[in-house]
Unconditional design. Structure first.
Length: 125
């Protein structure tokens, strides 16, 4: 299951003007609007436009990651472990990400081709 998709932007205000009408047309609304990101969805966010966390300019691919929904924190931990065992690089060790949500527990890895992927759960155990 995919939790959410994100794409990079160097100008969130411009991205909001572009994506706002498109997301509304598709039945989504703004879930969270920040200076560094805007999240769209129905009840929880499914699509996000963000400035890259590494501080570099957004380009196709930089700022983009795919997040897969995990059933538990144990699954997130295992996801990270298996990815490293199979040629991936650490992009963010398993742990809470309170800047997103108090229960946002995730791990990020970079696959052998450089793609950023994440496992995430909001389950509190």
């Amino acid at each position: 299951m995919i939790s959410h998709l994100s794409v990079g932007s160097n100008d969130i205000a411009r991205a909001k003007r572009f994506y706002g009408p498109l997301m509304e047309l598709l039945g989504m609304r703004v879930i969270k609007d920040r200076t560094t990101a805007i999240d769209y969805g129905v009840s929880t966010f499914a699509f996000s436009i963000e400035t890259p966390d590494d501080g570099k300019p957004a380009t196709p691919g930089n700022g983009v990651h795919i997040a897969f929904e995990a059933q538990s924190r144990e699954v997130v931990n295992k996801f990270h472990e298996l990815a490293l065992q199979n040629g991936g690089r650490d992009g963010g060790r398993p742990g809470l990400r309170p800047k997103y949500d108090a229960n946002y527990y995730a791990a990020v890895v970079v696959d052998p081709d450089g793609n950023k992927i994440e496992a995430v759960t909001f389950v509190s155990r």
